[in-house]
Design a protein around this ligand. Structure first.
Ligand code: AGP
Length: 613
């Protein structure tokens, strides 16, 4: 969850570290800090709050150095405070450590270190690492080896950046379960939790693998494993530009990302849809065609918004491929003795590619001998690299904590996978052609929803009316049920309004008790095989005084008699409707949160990449 950046090289490290932290702030934002070596002093500065608080401190002093490490935190052990912010130092004041992950055996280590005379000043798990390295220096004069010996004692997960006053020309980096990469520049090198922090300086990156550490100087670096064997660095290119990391004139990243969807949806199918043959080609899955064609069951696992797209994947595959699909929360997957074998392909969906629960589910699936395929956005992320293969969604960097464009692109990719599998298993070419044509029209239809809102501001007006409500119910059926879940999640995570999503008919089994004339109920009532059924559900809400907002298909005039507000969207194949019906819900959540003065891109308590269990 936390963000790490470290710099050694020809520039003043301080602005590089701050710029890097800002890029990584979406990973955690309850406190920030840095450690640098200047004129033979190890200087540590850290502040509770966003990076701006740290910047204000930096304005009071002038620091110039060529080496430093920095951190933006999402607290796990110890409340957000100046003291608990990273970096953490040992008692000699010579070793500084920034850490992303959780040291599970920190209590035992702390006890041991205290018995050896180390005095702790924070409540964090991370502080043990600085003290442990210092303790290991009693066994060896070699700082690298002391660090390695300390790493061998750690249980849990870590991405680490370490500097040592005695070696002011180098940074140590290590990785176990939390991502870390080296950006290789000319006369400078950077370490970071992800590539967004290095792309300004270089587009050449080396991802550390599990159990590897690196020693990095301005002009060179080497990588070793914990057995001290040297590892040949594998240099990869960053797949996005600096421009994609900017707001580009939008007030918030979330809004920018909502408006990017016509393009990101196109990117998801570009070069993959063959209309003449009514098929989709997904190169990553090609070597596994036999396995996929013969599979009798598919398992999908993910968290949060990605779990919602997994549910849509279930509906898509069952409808087009006619084989059973099981969707499981990744956080539950490994604790439920899943029934898997080498014949059951497992798909893991993750925007960030770093979600700890999803990664653990991936490992569990592999342990059962299953082939695991990723549906991932971040190129080179841990999940992308640890899966057997997969399909990138190519949505570009998603910075807003509330996932928007990644969701629609995941659904697009799941549509392509379903089409591919369906055609393998006997879906007629004619239907395939119809579906490919329809999929290609989705971006323009999304564009028309966005254009309508830009022109009329209708959703903004609805937001104004409902912004002070404390509860909202989202109801949908069939393919729109997961959309109802997603709409509710969007609202609660950025506006802090309590919202629940339900299959519309399930309402009468409990939630209906909540309905009175103060309860907004958002129905997704598009033209599909369940339309008449959902109209009955709307009547049930109206009878009890509930205030109905409906997302309906263009041309449906009659629904105006039932709903206080109707937001129209274009029609499409019922199974592709989530890519359209979710757009007004994203906009509504966004507008309500803006009106409530919430922090849109960095909602409280959340982080973009959830790298702890
Ligand atoms: C989405 O708006 C959320 N911030 C969250 O639910 C997210 O989808 C979840 O943490 C999974 O993340 P991933 O897709 O990066 O694995």
């Amino acid at each position: 969850m936390c963000g790490i950046v470290g710099y050694v090289g020809k520039r003043n490290a301080v602005p590089v570290l701050i710029e890097g932290l800002k890029r990584l702030e979406y990973r955690g934002y309850d406190s920030a800090g840095l450690a640098i070596i200047e004129n033979n002093n190890l200087i540590v500065l850290k502040r509770k709050g966003k990076i701006i608080a740290l910047q204000r401190e930096l304005q009071k002093i002038s620091l110039k150095t060529n080496i430093g490490i920095a951190h933006t935190r999402w607290a796990t052990h110890g409340e957000p405070s100046d003291k608990n912010a990273h970096p953490h130092i040992d008692n000699s004041g010579k070793i500084a450590v920034v850490h992303n992950g959780i040291i599970e055996n920190y209590r035992a280590l702390r006890k041991f270190l205290e018995s050896k005379g180390h005095e702790f000043s924070t409540e964090t798990d991370t502080e043990v690492i600085a003290h442990l390295i210092s303790e290991m220096l009693k066994e060896t004069d070699d700082f690298e080896d002391a660090t390695r010996l300390a790493l061998l004692e750690l249980e849990g997960t870590y991405g680490l950046g370490i500097i040592n006053l005695e070696e002011p020309d180098r940074i140590y980096a290590a990785r176990h379960g939390s991502p870390l990469l080296i950006g290789a520049g000319e006369g400078e090198n950077i370490i970071a939790s992800d590539a967004t922090a290095v792309v300004r300086y270089t587009n050449r990156v080396i991802y550390l693998e599990e159990g590897e550490y690196a020693v990095i100087k301005a002009n060179d670096f080497y990588i070793r494993n914990l057995q001290r064997e040297f590892i040949e660095p594998k240099v990869e290119k960053i797949s996005f530009s600096l421009q994609e990391l900017e707001k580009g004139g939008y007030q918030h990243f979330m809004l920018k990302e909502i408006y990017e969807q016509p393009q990101t949806l196109k990117n998801a199918f570009l070069g993959r849809l063959v209309v003449e043959d009514g098929i989709s080609r997904l190169n990553g899955l090609k070597p596994y065609h036999d396995l996929l064609a013969n599979s009798e069951r598919i398992s999908i696992t993910a968290c949060g918004t990605s779990w919602h797209s997994a549910l849509i994947g279930e509906y898509l595959i069952e409808e087009l491929v006619r084989i059973p699909v099981e969707v499981e929360y990744a956080s539950e997957f490994r604790y439920r003795s899943p029934i898997l074998n080498e014949k059951t392909p497992v798909f893991v969906i993750s925007q960030s590619g770093e979600t700890a629960d999803t990664l653990a589910a991936l490992h569990e699936a592999k342990r059962h001998g299953a082939k695991v395929f990723g549906i991932v956005n971040c190129v080179g992320s841990t999940i992308a690299r640890e899966t057997d293969s997969g399909v990138y969604i190519h949505a570009g960097p998603e910075i807003g904590v509330a996932s928007t464009k990644a969701f629609t692109s995941q659904v697009m990719v799941l549509s392509l996978i379903s089409l591919m599998l369906g055609r393998m298993k006997g879906l007629p070419a004619e239907i395939g052609r119809k579906l490919t044509i329809e999929l290609k029209q989705i971006p323009d239809k999304v564009q028309s929803i966005l254009d309508h809102e830009t022109k009329t501001g209708q959703i903004k007006e609805i937001a104004e009316i409902f912004k002070n409500h404390q509860n909202v119910l989202y109801l949908g059926r069939g393919f729109n049920f997961p959309v109802a879940l997603e709409g509710a999640l969007k609202l609660k995570e950025i506006s802090y309004i309590h919202a629940e999503g339900y299959p519309a008919a399930e309402m009468k089994h409990g939630p209906i008790a909540l309905i009175d004339n103060n309860m907004p109920v958002l129905f997704i009532a598009t033209d599909d095989p369940l339309y008449k059924k959902i109209i009955s559900n709307i009547e049930e809400v109206r009878t009890r005084g509930g205030r109905v907002i409906a997302v309906a298909t263009e041309g449906n005039e009659s629904i105006k008699e039932l709903a206080e507000h109707v937001i129209y969207i274009p029609n499409t194949e019922h199974m592709f409707i989530p890519m359209l019906s979710v757009i007004p819900l994203q906009l509504l959540a966004y507008q309500i949160a803006v009106l409530r003065g919430c922090n849109i891109d960095q909602p409280r308590n959340l982080a973009k990449s959830v790298t702890v269990e």
